[in-house]
Design a protein. Structure first.
Length: 326
């Protein structure tokens, strides 16, 4: 039985999958199985993978459903490893990734390990947005605050984690995940209270290219991310307390629309409420200073204003607030 199962869905990744394969075959730790799931690809990946398929550690199956989530379910069903990790078909593993992860998982009390990421591209140009996200993800490793920042972004990259397979099964595996599936999986771990450890090493090389699924699929649009995160906030953290939404920009409007659709009562505030005399979506916009409670309140902060500044708006009204940065 292999120690580690590596699960890799692929679809139309012929330009990159051999480099992914080489990075797996070059790992310093070699007791693994590589489960490749063909997600109805229209390209010739199988032909390109023939040299690797001769190795008994490599398994090739066809997705019994459609899409990455179904492919992950398909792959995990046949996984035999004690530990499991996911690997995307266009990215690269540094040579010691598996050994570094495995060593950390053998420490007591750790459920999931991750590390730092680095973007690369053949063109040598990474967009400012991706560089900002790279830094933000790596800051999470430095600060070990994956869950406290969970409503801002997905705080752990999709192909850069490892955990015990049995622990993943106990929390439902990949079954029933909503897109974006990596973000929903992180929320599942959050709901089960699984402990994540970040390792201060680059353990994943993330390829930037125009055909990335995250660039081209509506399943990874900002609207889809917000729909997921707000619904998971309602599932996991919403309490019977006044809910305040701070901000009227794109994030604020996306959040408000979802809350209204779900019938969740909230007060919508802005530092410039006078700009919205007619309200938005029929909802009145107020200034935070006109609101007052002597009880716990929850604040969804959909602005770049820091949490301390938000807290100060309520400091003279004896309220205790929990702030969730979006």
């Amino acid at each position: 039985m292999p120690t580690i199962s590596i699960i890799t869905p692929f679809r139309n990744s012929a330009d990159f999958i051999r480099e992914t394969a080489e990075s797996i075959f070059s790992q310093s730790y070699d007791d693994w199985e590589w489960i490749l799931i063909n997600d109805h690809s229209l390209q010739n990946e199988v032909e390109l993978l023939k040299p690797y398929l001769r190795d008994s550690r490599v398994k090739l199956v066809r997705n019994t459903g459609k899409g990455i989530s179904d492919a992950l379910v398909t792959g995990f069903k046949i996984a035999e490893g004690t530990f499991v990790t996911r690997m995307d078909s266009d990215d690269i593993m540094p040579p010691d990734k598996l050994s570094v992860f495995l060593s950390s998982l053998n420490e007591s009390g750790i459920d999931i390990v991750t590390g730092k990421v680095k973007y690369f591209s053949e063109a040598g140009i990474i967009s400012p947005g991706y560089l900002k996200y790279e830094k933000w993800l790596n800051d999470r490793v430095d600060r070990q605050d994956f869950y406290s920042e969970i409503y801002r972004e997905c705080s752990l990259s999709s192909g850069n984690w490892m955990m015990r397979a049995e622990r993943l099964r106990q929390c439902g595996g990949f079954d029933g995940l909503v897109y974006p599936e990596d973000y929903d999986l992180l929320f599942r771990w959050y709901s089960f209270g699984l402990k994540i450890k970040g390792i201060d090493e680059v353990t994943h090389l993330w390829r930037e290219h125009p055909m990335r699924t995250s660039r081209n699929s509506k399943d990874y649009s900002q609207e889809q991310f917000f729909d997921l995160k707000i619904r998971r906030f309602i599932d996991h953290d919403l309490v019977k307390a006044p809910l305040i939404l701070n901000g009227t920009g794109t994030k604020g409007r996306l959040t408000a629309r979802i809350l209204l659709e779900m019938g969740i009562p909230f007060n919508w505030v802005s530092v410039e409420p006078e700009k919205f005399g007619a309200g938005i979506y029929g909802k009145t916009i107020q200034h935070a200073k006109v609101l007052s409670w002597n009880e716990h309140i929850q604040i969804l902060n959909a602005t770049a204003i820091d949490n301390q500044s938000i807290e100060n708006l309520y400091s003279d009204r004896n309220s205790i607030s929990t702030i969730f940065q979006l």
